[in-house]
Design a protein around this ligand. Structure first.
Ligand SMILES: Nc1nc2c(ncn2[C@@H]2O[C@H](COP(=O)(O)OP(=O)(O)OP(=O)(O)O)[C@@H](O)[C@H]2O)c(=O)[nH]1
Ligand SMILES: [Mg+2]
Length: 302
């Protein structure tokens, strides 16, 4: 029997193993990935909200996600989580941390958790994370949460595939705002000051409010381990989702996310072609690398 047929049937049955296998196939850049992605139920995927949760290391993203999972489960919803691991020494423990903190949900068939490394992979991260989110959505997960550490461009790009972006801060973590001001804060739909039980939380809220002045961007406070503010945050997310679906922003976002996924794949395919072309020329590389690069492109587009 065809493995893909098996997987597709498995996805429809919501079998976690089949879903996991489907994501691996896409992640590995397997030729058969297209077949899987093509067959997902578009309507179900459209219905699901993809939520990006980002912020500096240690602000409490995983703890928040864990609490959101519990909240959505109480509502009877099925949830998907894509946790992006930046594969860097600083977060070496984060990967494990995510696992442990969300472990209580792993026996739940209606909670799908998938970790994904930023580096050391074939294909772009956006493409893989986007596809994983869609596969989860296609299997009835709503919402799908993508947790990523907001430190590098790759992580920022992943955020752009989300329908709703939540940026998390915590007091006592240094010049957070300065670092975030540049790009992420503008991309965020909802800001969260977590660790509201820690000193400096009020000052941080005030600082954030002065930065976003004039922008209609809700600021929520949470104490994740105590579930304080979680319901309020979920309500703010729900309202934002409704608003974005009504005013057309949702559809526009999805379109843009698809574009960057297409670009991601195209770049990856070109890279492989270019590499092969370069390898096939046994001549030594001399002269201006840019000129050679241009020639290389000309050669493969012939
Ligand atoms: N006091 C306090 N501690 C918290 C709160 N939320 C999370 N923590 C603690 O902060 C630490 C980091 O939490 P995580 O949820 O792992 O943070 P994270 O943002 O996912 O971390 P990375 O994945 O490493 O970027 C843990 O020890 C949590 O228990 C909070 O609201 N108040
Ligand atoms: Mg984490």
């Amino acid at each position: 029997m065809n493995e893909i047929d098996d997987i597709l049937r498995g996805i429809r049955r919501k079998d976690p193993r089949a879903i996991g296998r489907a994501i691996s196939i896409v992640e590995e850049g397997d030729q058969r990935a297209g077949e899987i992605l093509q067959i997902l139920d578009e309507e179900t995927v459209q219905k699901a909200t993809i939520m990006g949760i980002t912020g500096s290391p240690g602000v409490g993203k995983s703890t928040l996600v864990d609490q959101l999972i519990a909240y959505y489960r109480r509502q009877g919803l099925r949830i998907g989580i894509v946790a992006i691991d930046p594969s860097s020494p600083i977060s070496g423990g984060a990967f494990l941390g995510d696992r442990i903190r969300m472990m209580r949900h792993t026996i739940d068939r209606d909670v799908l958790i998938r970790s994904m490394a930023t580096r050391g992979r074939l294909g772009g991260l956006c493409a893989a994370a986007g596809a994983a989110a869609r596969i989860m959505a296609g299997s009835g997960c709503n919402p799908v949460i993508v947790e990523t550490v907001g430190i590098g461009q790759a992580e920022v790009d992943v955020v752009s595939l989300a329908d709703i972006t939540v940026l998390v801060f915590a007091p006592g973590l240094g010049d957070d705002i300065q670092a975030m001001k540049a790009g992420l804060i503008e991309m965020a739909d909802i800001l969260v000051v977590n660790k509201a039980d820690c000193p400096g939380a009020d000052a941080l809220v005030m600082e954030i409010e002065s930065v976003i002045q004039g922008r209609n961007c809700p600021v929520c406070r949470t104490i994740a381990p105590e579930t304080a503010g979680i319901e309020e945050l979920a309500a703010v997310i729900r309202d934002m989702d409704q608003k974005k679906r009504q005013n057309g922003q949702f559809a526009q976002n999805r379109q843009k996310a698809r574009e960057s996924e297409v670009l991601d794949w195209a770049v990856e395919m070109m890279r492989i072609k270019l590499k092969n072309q370069l390898k096939s020329q046994s001549r030594q590389i001399k002269g201006d690398p840019r000129m050679i690069a241009r020639k290389l492109i000309e050669e493969i587009s012939r």
